[in-house]
Structures are given as structure tokens and as C-alpha cells.
Design a binder for this molecule. Structure first.
Ligand code: ADP
Ligand code: MG
Length: 713
């Protein structure tokens, strides 16, 4: 009879109720299954013996054979320490104890070979090993060990309660004994062969008890592949199921609005990337499925016109469209930009934000419901229950990462109101097509994991003729030179941003920094020769808007602001972006801010101001900014600096909690695993073929246990 891996851990010999409770609480291990998926953090290679003269600083735990020639107690500020002189045939080092001195002194045998094991430190001109694990060589040679010893994740509480690494190893061994080390294969034979993967049983055995480095590597490879493969398989299947189940409005007509705009009103020649993406969207909208597409494009790559032309496809088919942006300023900008185009096409468009007057709001609500209004632009005010569309067919969300998934879901329900018949049948209403736009490029592998269930479009080309922004890093004591440069730029008619950090926790201090900065700039750039705008989060929306408008119209030359201008603001005549305390900004934020300039024909500049005190990470960020303008390259560096969880926010961290693979180090494997999953599903989307049965079974178990690693049964 085979052991059921869903058996509670309490039943494993050597565990018992107390240990089971601890394992559950500390490591989330409830079943045999969970234990087997407790993968080691690292391994200690106990096949290798070091000589003392081979020790290097920062070496990991090592073992050495030698003899103790001398023992000495040394008094120190608090208590004593015991120091042993330890020698081999190359050098001398010290072993040090701070606790249990009496017992150690009594039990140590001088001038007898010991095998010592531990981490070494360099101190006072000599290597020492504090609290070594030690064993007489004679006994060491007799005991049985696997060459590579697994080190498992642990907690303080576990080790305090006596569940040491050795104990975990032992119960793991017990598990392998009880199961006879036979585990059900979870990948099809064909895939194992084509990818050169070892079997599941072999992989599990060697991840816990590696026979040698080579088998360990193959075990890791197999398990990483499997983990990534199943994550991707689930995401792709979600997409397929979505497409099959969720009907969308088929936009079959390519009609007057689109053609009229394309033929007569295009303000510029579209880039090839823009054309390609419009085609991708058009293809989706023409199908029967509801579109869920993520549009990625660097700042300034021209996502807005793509969004607009997509909305025209909805309008051409008699539907309404909306565009939601994360801030008031951005919504206003979008509205202003789109209004110009709408006027030419006779399209009715409105703006709805938190500061829309009640009377205007009423009109908007009415016109939305009776269908007069064709396009609505706004902030998350669009999500309010009172906002009801007549027949919303297409919704665009700009800067997705600022909205939660829940908010995205709300948009779904704003589809056309249901017909009486549909109501009677209790059919859900058809959701609008959804296009999500993000201006912060996401590294490809991350996008695959977090948005792997969405279709992805990328604008990977900037409009022709853009001059790359020149970015420099300057220290605060060079401020006068920087001011001089700003004056020169203003003298030839350009405008300048000066941005201060705003971080929630220290909002007050930041506000003071901003005001101090504003004052010193006012002194340096006196009226009436210079006019300065200021925008920050504590201002009323109307005042913000007023100041913004002055800058947009060119009435002011300098815009002093906090990061409220981070996203989307478009003033093509602005050519210099000065970022104060640049070391306090994250990479994507710096890149976003820089994207506010370089929007016109002129050469633009970004000046990163910092103090002399810089952490290594800050230095990397600044260097990266000075080196490249490529948002995708910057995103890759950001991912390495911050890690995936931080980068994407906690919302999505579930997808990113990998047990064995590493989204950064295993990028190539991730792409490959996705490719393999894709191939299989292309050939057999319902996983009906008998050779795919292991996948189907695993997939079902996965959906049941919700955890990628809980699926062998
Ligand atoms: P983002 O992708 O950052 O939202 P926008 O859509 O705001 O970029 O476009 C940035 C600027 O580039 C705008 O001023 C826009 O008019 C201009 N633009 C967009 N596409 C093109 C193009 N194909 N050729 C020339 N200029 C373009
Ligand atoms: Mg934009």
C-alpha cells in the first residue's frame, strides 16, 4: 500500500503531537506532502577538508583536521572566553568559546586529531572559529553521512525547542523510508525526455539527500522547471478558459470614426510598434472573446493615441468607452488631449473626477445612461456606483499598478445593462473589453508571472526624431552651476521642472524641504524676470490645476513640485528635469520623472542632485539612470535591486513566492517553461490526450490545494 502524502505529519514516526504542532506553526508543515516540499536552503559539502592556510575571508562553513595544542581562558569585559590553539601541518588558528567553557575545557583532549567544522572569522591577525562543531577524527571516520548535507529553513523557535537541522533531516529520512522513496511522476514522459529531466522520485531524493553535486544540480533543475512550468500552465489555461467562457462584444465594424481619424486627422505618422499594437487590439476586439490586454510601453512611446484609436473601434460599433487614470492631473491631461481629437470627429467626451461639480456630475450621469456621451475620462470616480453606462464596450486603465485588482474588477460590472430576457435567464451582462496600460516597463519574466494570464502588447519603439535625454549626476555643492545652466535654458525659451521627493512617512519633513527649496529658487530666480509654479499634494485640486495650467501655457518657466507630476504630465517645451535628493527615489520613479522631458524637438536634460552620502544601491540607481534611457533595461536593474515582491507590490506577491526557482536567476528557464507549457496547450488545450494525463491530474490537484507544491497525491 502506498502512503498517502496528505497524511497529517503527526503520523510520521519520530514526529508526535508536540513536534507536529511546532512544524505546523513555524514552517506551515501539515502533511507528509508539505514536509517533502520543504526544500533545503543550502548544502554543506562535507566531502572536502580544508587546510588552515587555505581559509579565505568570507568562506562558508568548512571542515579542518588538526590538533589542539593549548587551551587558555581569557578575561573580557563581561565574563570569559576560552581560546584553543588549533594546528594542522600548514598553519595555526584559534577556536573560541564564549559559553559552556567549563564543560568544553574538561572534555577536550589535547594533541589528539579532531575534525572541526564551522564558519571562520579573521580577527587580530589570525583566523578563528567560534563554537566549532567538533568530533574526534577516529569517531568521525566511523560515522555515516551523506556527502552533501542539506540545511533546511528553520526558525529560532524551532531550534530553541530542539528541532535542529539534524532532527529535520532525520524525520525526512523517515518519510523516505515510509514512502519507499516512490513518488508519482507529475510530468509526462515525453517532456522528461525532451527536456532531459530526471524523474520526480529521483529529483526529490537528491534534493534532500544528494549523492553528489551533479545529481543535486539535476534535481534542482527538474524541480525548478516543474515549478515554473505549472505556474505558467495555470496562467495560460486561465487565459484560454477566459477566452472560451467570457464572451465579449464583437466589434465587427471598422467604421467611420476610425477611418476618418486615420485618413484625415492623424497628427503624426504612427510608429511601426504603434501600428502593430493597434492591429493586435483590433484582432482581439473582432473576436467573440472579451479582451484582457496589457499594453506596455516606455514613457513617451505614444500609448495615448493607441488608446484613442482603440476607443474609436468601440464607438464605431455603437458602444461607449472610458479611460481611467490614477490622478486628477493625469485625467485632465488625457481629457484635454483627447478632446482636441474628439472635436475633429464630433465625438462627445466628458471628464469626471473627484472635483467635478455636482451639477456637471448630474449631466454626465444622465448622458452616460441615455448614451449621448460617448467617451468618459476620469479618475477612480468612474468606479462609483452612481456612474452607469448605457453600453460600455471598452474600458482603458492607465498606469495599472496604481489601481488594485479589485478596482479593475469593478469596471467589469459596468457593461451594458441587461436586457429583460437576459435578466430573466439570469445571465451575467457582457463585460467591456479591457486594456491596461502601464508606463513603468516590467521585465519580461516578471510580466509573464504576474500578468501571465493577460495578453501582452509592447510598444518597443519611440517616435522618430526624439533626441535621447542627457542625464547627469551632480552633488549638492555644485548647485550654483546647475542654476546657471537652468538660466541659460530658460533664456532660450525652455521650461524647467524641479522635483522634490515625497514619501508618506516623512510627509512633514518633505513638505519643509519642498518649501525651503521653493524659497531658495525664488531668490535665485527673482520676479518679474522669472515666474515659478508650485504644485504639491497638500494643495486643493483647483489650485493645483491653476498652477499646472500656467506652466503648460508657458506663463511660468519653472515648475517646483513633488512627485504628483510623476505620471503622464505632458509639456513638450519643458527641457530640463532637476530631481532633488535623487538618492531617495526608486529607479522606476526616476525614470518616470525623467520621462516628463524630452517630449519636444529640443535636446533635453535630466539632472540628478544628491548629497555625498550614497548607499551602494543609490549609486547603482544613479549610474543606471546616467547610462541608459531604456525603460526595460532600467526595469531589469530595478528587479535585481528590489526583488520581485517589492517591485510589484504585495498584491501580487503570491504569484511570486517561488519555492525553488528564482525569478531573477532562472529567467531563461522561466521563458523556456512557459514555451513548453504553451506548446502543450496549443496542441491539446483541454489536456485530453492520454500522454498528458500527468499534467491534467497535477493541474486539478493544484487547483484544489491552491499551492503549487501541494499536488502529488
Ligand atoms: P506615453 O506612452 O508616455 O503615454 P504619449 O502617448 O503621451 O506617451 O506620447 C508622448 C508624446 O509623443 C506626445 O506628445 C505624443 O503626441 C507624441 N507622439 C506619440 N506618438 C507619436 C508618433 N508616432 N510620432 C510623433 N510623435 C508621437
Ligand atoms: Mg501616458
Amino acid at each position: 500500500m502506498s502512503v498517502n502524502l496528505q497524511t497529517p505529519i503527526d503520523y510520521l514516526k519520530g514526529v508526535g503531537p508536540n513536534r507536529a504542532e511546532l512544524l505546523r506553526k513555524e514552517l506551515g508543515i501539515h502533511t507528509y506532502q508539505d514536509l517533502i516540499n520543504l526544500f533545503p536552503n543550502r548544502y554543506i559539502d562535507r566531502t572536502k577538508y580544508y587546510k588552515i592556510n587555505q581559509i579565505e575571508q568570507n568562506s562558508s562553513e568548512i571542515q579542518i583536521i588538526g590538533v589542539i595544542t593549548n587551551l587558555q581562558e581569557v578575561s573580557q569585559k563581561r565574563g570569559k572566553r576560552l581560546v584553543a590553539t588549533f594546528k594542522d601541518d600548514t598553519e595555526t588558528m584559534e577556536l573560541v568559546w564564549f559559553r559552556g567553557i567549563k564543560w568544553i575545557k574538561e572534555s577536550i583532549k589535547l594533541n589528539t586529531p579532531y575534525v572541526i567544522f564551522g564558519r571562520t572569522n579573521w580577527f587580530n591577525g589570525i583566523y578563528n572559529m567560534p563554537h566549532p562543531e567538533m568530533e574526534l577524527q577516529q569517531e568521525h571516520d566511523k560515522s555515516l553521512r551523506t556527502a552533501m548535507q542539506a540545511v533546511y529553513p528553520s526558525t529560532e523557535n524551532l531550534s530553541n525547542k530542539g528541532i535542529t537541522n539534524r532532527v529535520v533531516s532525520k524525520i525526512m529520512q523517515q518519510l523516505f523510508l515510509e514512502t519507499k522513496a516512490k513518488f508519482e511522476e507529475t510530468l509526462p514522459t515525453e517532456l522528461l525526455n525532451s527536456q532531459g529531466l530526471i524523474s520526480k522520485s529521483e529529483a526529490l531524493l537528491n534534493i534532500h539527500f544528494p549523492k553528489n553535486q551533479n545529481l543535486l544540480s539535476r534535481a534542482e533543475f527538474r524541480l525548478k522547471f516543474e515549478e515554473l512550468f505549472y505556474i505558467q500552465l495555470q496562467l495560460i489555461l486561465k487565459n484560454i478558459i477566459h477566452k472560451n467562457r467570457i464572451k465579449g462584444h464583437p466589434f465587427t465594424q471598422v467604421g467611420n470614426y476610425f477611418n476618418d481619424f486615420f485618413q484625415h486627422h492623424l497628427p503624426f505618422e504612427l510608429t511601426n510598434a504603434q501600428k502593430r499594437v493597434i492591429k493586435e487590439i483590433r484582432k482581439d476586439l473582432g473576436s467573440n472573446a472579451q479582451m484582457n490586454r496589457l499594453l506596455q510601453g516606455d514613457v513617451g512611446s505614444g500609448k495615448t493615441i493607441v488608446a484613442f484609436m482603440s476607443m474609436l473601434m468601440a464607438l464605431d460599433n455603437g458602444f461607449q468607452a472610458c479611460l481611467m487614470a490614477p490622478t486628477e492631473i493625469l485625467s485632465v491631461q488625457h481629457y484635454n488631449g483627447l478632446s482636441d481629437w474628439c472635436k475633429k470627429l464630433n465625438i462627445r467626451i466628458s471628464l469626471l473626477t473627484g472635483s467635478t461639480k455636482t451639477s456637471d456630475r448630474k449631466i454626465i450621469h444622465e448622458q452616460l445612461e441615455n448614451g449621448q456621451l460617448q467617451i468618459l475620462v476620469g479618475t477612480h470616480a468612474l468606479l462609483e456606483d452612481k456612474v452607469q453606462f448605457n453600453n460600455l464596450g471598452f474600458a482603458i486603465v492607465d498606469e495599472q499598478h496604481r489601481f488594485g485588482v479589485a478596482q479593475r474588477a469593478k469596471l467589469w460590472k459596468k457593461g451594458p445593462s441587461r436586457s429583460v430576457q437576459e435578466d430573466r435567464d439570469n445571465k451575467p451582462s457582457t463585460p467591456p473589453h479591457i486594456l491596461i496600460m502601464t508606463a513603468t516597463p516590467i521585465p519580461r519574466t516578471l510580466a509573464m508571472s504576474v500578468y501571465g494570464d493577460l495578453d501582452l502588447s509592447v510598444i518597443d519603439e519611440l517616435p522618430a526624431g526624439r533626441k535621447p535625454i542627457k542625464t547627469v549626476h551632480r552633488f549638492d555643492n555644485n548647485r550654483l552651476k546647475v542654476f546657471k545652466f537652468l538660466k541659460d535654458e530658460i533664456a532660450i525659451g525652455r521650461q524647467v521642472y524641479v522635483v522634490y521627493p515625497l514619501i508618506q512617512e516623512s510627509a512633514k519633513m518633505d513638505y519643509k524641504d519642498l518649501m525651503d527649496g521653493y524659497e531658495s529658487i525664488s531668490r535665485e530666480f527673482p520676479m518679474p524676470q522669472y515666474q515659478i509654479s508650485i504644485v504639491h499634494g497638500q494643495m486643493k485640486p483647483a489650485d493645483k490645476d491653476y498652477e499646472m495650467q500656467r506652466f503648460i501655457k508657458g506663463e511660468t518657466q519653472i515648475m517646483v513640485a513633488t512627485t504628483v507630476i510623476e505620471v503622464g504630465v505632458n509639456v513638450p517645451n519643458a527641457s530640463v528635469m532637476v530631481i532633488e535628493s535623487a538618492e531617495r527615489f526608486g529607479l522606476s520613479q526616476l525614470h518616470q520623472l525623467r520621462g516628463r522631458v524630452g517630449r519636444g524637438a529640443e535636446q533635453s536634460y535630466c539632472i540628478l542632485m544628491t548629497s555625498h552620502k550614497l548607499s551602494n544601491d543609490s549609486k547603482t540607481r544613479l549610474e543606471t539612470m546616467c547610462r541608459t534611457n531604456d525603460g526595460f533595461e532600467i526595469a531589469e536593474v530595478d528587479l535585481k535591486l528590489r526583488g520581485p515582491g517589492d517591485m510589484m507590490g504585495t498584491q501580487q506577491s503570491g504569484v511570486l513566492q517561488l519555492k525553488i526557482a528564482d525569478i531573477i536567476k532562472d529567467q531563461d528557464l522561466l521563458k523556456h517553461a512557459r514555451f513548453c507549457a504553451h506548446q502543450i496547450l496549443k496542441d491539446d488545450p483541454a489536456l485530453k490526450k492520454s500522454e498528458h494525463y500527468p499534467i491534467l491530474k497535477t493541474y486539478r490537484a493544484l487547483s484544489k490545494y491552491k499551492n503549487i507544491w501541494n499536488y502529488i497525491s
